[in-house]
Each structure stands twice: as structure tokens, then as C-alpha cells.
Design a binder for this molecule. Structure first.
Ligand SMILES: Nc1nc2c(ncn2[C@@H]2O[C@H](COP(=O)(O)OP(=O)(O)OP(=O)(O)O)[C@@H](O)[C@H]2O)c(=O)[nH]1
Ligand SMILES: [Mg+2]
Length: 211
């Protein structure tokens, strides 16, 4: 898998604007400031495709990026768990994230980004529980690997894997700054897209039917 081209398509801020198509989508979620937009740029070999910021809360809409002219879409979502926004605003972002999960017809996998230095938060656990509950496949990506030495990074990777009860190899360690981990992520994307081709398409109504 090689990312040859990446273009911004559109932003969605309302349910009606969420793309309901057949192109496979890989969504990127995580706490505000964890490095979602930087991750998209890093993976796409671009510096300003997705807007990034030192201030948490930069991304407020669902942003779609077309990878390799329709091979798949990266979907950069607003962050959660940012303390300094009002409850009303938090609710609005929560709503758009949830709307995305419910309305998207192309979603194949959710990349859940976790800061390598931080303990997994209640919001992260809520997100993982949500994905489990609705049977949405996900991938754990640890970000900002450059902030720790190699050995400290591996130790934290193990702690994160243990705390969310996934295998050590199921956490992909990356650094958008040092451009590390790209091959591992690309291999994962290839796997996801291969699987999407062979798996039957599930209707979202079925996916979200309460059991
Ligand atoms: N050291 C380091 N800093 C990073 C890395 N990735 C992102 N950052 C920094 O983290 C901050 C937040 O990055 P963003 O990519 O905007 O984070 P985000 O998750 O999209 O944030 P929201 O859109 O606000 O939810 C910026 O200052 C980035 O430069 C990384 O791999 N290493
Ligand atoms: Mg962002």
C-alpha cells in the first residue's frame, strides 16, 4: 500500500452533510490534541492537508480526505475530552461524532489515537466501549512516540495495551514528527481494505440494531 495522492473533499457539520457512499472510510478519533490531524498529514506525506494546532479543539467538523483517487477516505474527526469547552459545545461535537458513526455507509475501521505518554482516559474507554458495542472494527495507534526514548516508548506501549486489554502487537507506535510507524499503519490499511473487499456490506440499520 502506497499513498500516492490525498485531497481534501469536504467537511460535514450536520447529519445531512455526512457522506453516504461506497468508498471505504477509515476514521481517526481520539482526545483533542492527541495528534489526529497531524497523523493524517503524516500518512499522506503532506504538511497542511488537515489543519493542526497547539490548542486543543482545532478540528470541529468531520473532514474527508480522498486517498489515491477513491481507494479510500481518511475521515478526520473532532477530538473529545477537551475540558475547556462549554458543555453545549461538547455535546455538539459528541453529536457530530456519533452521527458520523451512525450515518456513514463506508466506515471500515476506526483508528483510535492514544498519546503514548498519557494514561488512557475515561473518554477513551467510552469510545472503545462504543465501538465494541456497535461492532465497529478499530485499530489502536499510539502517537507522539518521539516524546519518549525507544525503551520508555515500548514500556508505555505495553502498559497501554494491558490497560485496554489488547495484545502488544495490536498497538501501532507512531510519531508524526519523526515520521515513524508509517509502514506498520500502511500494512494495516492494506489489510482493512482487502478485508472490506471480501466482506459483505452491512447496512447501517442492521449494524445499529439493538440486541
Ligand atoms: N512531538 C510531537 N507532537 C505532535 C505529534 N503529532 C502532533 N503533535 C502536536 O500535537 C498538537 C496537536 O496536534 P493536532 O494534529 O492538531 O491534534 P488533533 O488531535 O487533530 O487535535 P483536535 O483537532 O484539536 O482534536 C500540535 O501541536 C502538533 O504539532 C507527534 O508525533 N509528535
Ligand atoms: Mg484535529
Amino acid at each position: 500500500m502506497v499513498i500516492k495522492s490525498a485531497e481534501f473533499i469536504t467537511s460535514a457539520g450536520t447529519v445531512a452533510q455526512i457522506i453516504k457512499g461506497k468508498v471505504p472510510e477509515i476514521a481517526v478519533v481520539g482526545r483533542s490534541n492527541v495528534g489526529k490531524s497531524s497523523f493524517v498529514n503524516f500518512m499522506c506525506n503532506q504538511s497542511r492537508l488537515a489543519k493542526t494546532s497547539k490548542e486543543p479543539g482545532r478540528t470541529r467538523l468531520v473532514n474527508y480526505f480522498n486517498i489515491n483517487k477513491g481507494e479510500f477516505y481518511f475521515v478526520d474527526l473532532p477530538g473529545y475530552g477537551f475540558a475547556r469547552v462549554s458543555d453545549a459545545e461538547k455535546q455538539k461535537w459528541g453529536t457530530i461524532i456519533e452521527s458520523y458513526f451512525k450515518e456513514s455507509t463506508g466506515l471500515k475501521n476506526v483508528f483510535v489515537l492514544l498519546d503514548i505518554r498519557r494514561d488512557v482516559s475515561g473518554d477513551d474507554i467510552d469510545m472503545l466501549n462504543y465501538l465494541y458495542h456497535y461492532n465497529i472494527p478499530f485499530t489502536i495507534i499510539a502517537t507522539k512516540g518521539d516524546k519518549l526514548s525507544r525503551s520508555a516508548g515500548l514500556k508505555r506501549k505495553r502498559e497501554i495495551a494491558n490497560s485496554i486489554k489488547v495484545g502488544f502487537d495490536n498497538v501501532i507506535l507512531t510519531s508524526s514528527l519523526d515520521k515513524k510507524g508509517k509502514e506498520d499503519v500502511l500494512a494495516r490499511i492494506e489489510q482493512i481494505l482487502e478485508h472490506a473487499k471480501s466482506a459483505p456490506v452491512e447496512e447501517p440499520e442492521e449494524l445499529f440494531k439493538e440486541v
